[in-house]
Design a binder for this molecule. Structure first.
Ligand code: NAP
Length: 306
């Protein structure tokens, strides 16, 4: 893997999160990773974001931090927009003044889920939740700053640590007789580590192209939006069922809950979710030679770590 420019600093937000935690380790070979904690850089306070960027002067700003509480966002739109849009705009504006490149993460929830195909980067967006709308606004705000940037839209992120669907299901499956899980939302689970490894790979590719010089030229050709979701597709019910099947295999004497299929209508939540969250990650494979891991394969790897 090519190194970043010698002494290059990478400013990483959200290092306590699922993706940020993996990035912290996987970006280390590429430069000095600086990880301000929330007290120093609060994304709800754009001024603290600006101050931190000015003092660190990174070559890359990698921003997996976000307001990710999808349902809570419906009643906290101000905070969701401050973190998911205003902070991202500040990151872009500051990046511009120091010629840094930005890597940002976004979501399948920028779509309404009515398409019959896996979403491509060129498909029209139409978020159906405050969270999705705030993330889309962040994408747009970053692009409008003119900063060199990459945006990775991902879906259904999970891993061995953090707050995620897999860990919740495995806990509940030990406690209950039956679990009712939505079976009419289609998408693909994405392993936080695969996403972080892809990010490191892409940064290395951009650095190889920039040859130690400014990143703007390389990113003018290679930047923009990329879909980056686990390969294959399933439903939340399919994901839960496979996870519990693997858990049962590891622990034959434990009694796990039966996984019952229900419809979205039977599980009302404050935020609406797209029925089709499938994303086509072909552009990422074509441009950067990275194929996202098939979700069953990553699930086996994650389960082996638990
Ligand atoms: N999780 C998913 O299923 C999913 C799906 C699609 C897209 N995405 C996107 O993927 C990216 C990574 O998601 P993730 O699952 O890794 O998120 P996560 O585990 O929820 O982590 C979010 C991170 O953001 C930080 N953060 C939140 N508010 C902050 C603030 N005001 N100031 C500073 N830091 C703050 C959190 O810090 P604390 O630990 O201090 O709270 C945490 O480190 C996000 O952009 C998300 O929108 C996620």
């Amino acid at each position: 893997m090519a190194d970043a420019a010698p002494g290059a600093k990478i400013l990483l937000s959200g290092s306590t999160g699922q993706v940020g935690g993996e990035l912290l380790r996987l970006l280390a070979p590429l430069g000095e990773v600086v990880t301000p904690q929330r007290e120093a850089m609060d994304l709800a306070d754009a001024d603290s974001v600006r101050r931190t960027i000015r003092s660190v002067r990174p070559r890359w700003i990698v921003n997996p931090a976000a307001y990710t509480a999808v349902d809570k966002a419906e009643s906290e739109p101000g905070l969701a927009y401050a973190i998911n849009r205003d902070a991202v705009q500040a990151i872009g504006e500051e990046a511009n003044t120091i010629n840094a490149a930005v890597v940002h993460f976004s979501t399948d929830y920028v779509f309404d889920g009515t398409a019959a195909h896996p979403y491509r980067e060129t498909d029209a967006t139409n978020p159906v939740s405050v969270y999705g709308a705030s993330k889309l606004a962040g994408e747009q705000a970053l692009a409008a700053t003119g900063a060199a940037h990459l945006i990775f839209r991902t879906s259904w992120v999970y891993g061995a640590r953090g707050k995620n669907f897999l860990l919740t299901i495995l806990r509940l499956a030990r406690e209950r007789e039956t679990l009712r899980v939505v079976a009419d939302q289609y998408g693909a689970p994405t392993w936080s580590r695969d996403l972080a490894a892809m990010t490191a790979h892409v940064i290395a590719k951009c650095e190889a192209s920039a040859k130690g010089g400014p990143l703007a030229g390389a990113l003018a050709a290679m930047g923009g939006i990329y879909h980056a979701s686990g390969a294959g597709e399933t439903t939340w019910h399919g994901f839960a069922g496979e996870a519990v099947r693997l858990a049962q295999k590891h622990e034959p004497s434990t009694r796990f809950a039966a996984i019952e299929a229900i419809t979205t209508a039977e599980y009302p939540t404050p935020a609406k979710r797209p029925a089709n969250s499938r994303m086509d990650s072909g552009k990422l494979a074509e441009r950067f030679g990275w194929r996202m891991m098939e979700w069953r394969e990553s699930l086996r790897k994650v389960m082996a770590e638990l």
